[in-house]
Design a protein around this ligand. Sequence first.
Ligand SMILES: NC(=O)c1ccc[n+]([C@@H]2O[C@H](COP(=O)([O-])OP(=O)(O)OC[C@H]3O[C@@H](n4cnc5c(N)ncnc54)[C@H](O)[C@@H]3O)[C@@H](O)[C@H]2O)c1
Length: 100
Amino acid sequence: MSDRFTEIAAVTGAAGALGRASAVGLAHEGAKVLLFDRDEAGLKADRRAVPGSVPVVGDATKPADVERAAAVARKQLGPVELLVAAAGMVGPSKIRHRGR
Ligand SMILES: NC(=O)c1ccc[n+]([C@@H]2O[C@H](COP(=O)([O-])OP(=O)(O)OC[C@H]3O[C@@H](n4cnc5c(N)ncnc54)[C@H](O)[C@@H]3O)[C@@H](O)[C@H]2O)c1
């Protein structure tokens, strides 16, 4: 693996478009990846696309779920060196609806 890339990564929103693309790319570069998302079915599909990955179902807004994911990462992969925070949703911004 190139020095430019991390070895152990965690990706939130891993079942979504950006998260999955990030996880696939990191694994392609040789990283071991923890996949975190509240979408269990999506994570199952991810696991096939990201070899050697470890999925954790949870809600990124719940500290207990995040702690659990961190513990799984430490135990099964090692210390996480890079976090891709892609959990979220696309919605209308308040700014867009002001004025006029
Ligand atoms: N796609 C883009 O071009 C783009 C551009 C700029 C910003 N963003 C932002 O990046 C984020 C990801 O975009 P995307 O296109 O991959 O969205 P997406 O809807 O495809 O994926 C989002 C994923 O996050 C998960 N998720 C949402 N809330 C969660 C939570 N609380 N805990 C755990 N998982 C949660 C969902 O289950 C889903 O799998 C969004 O916040 C979006 O606003 C996206």
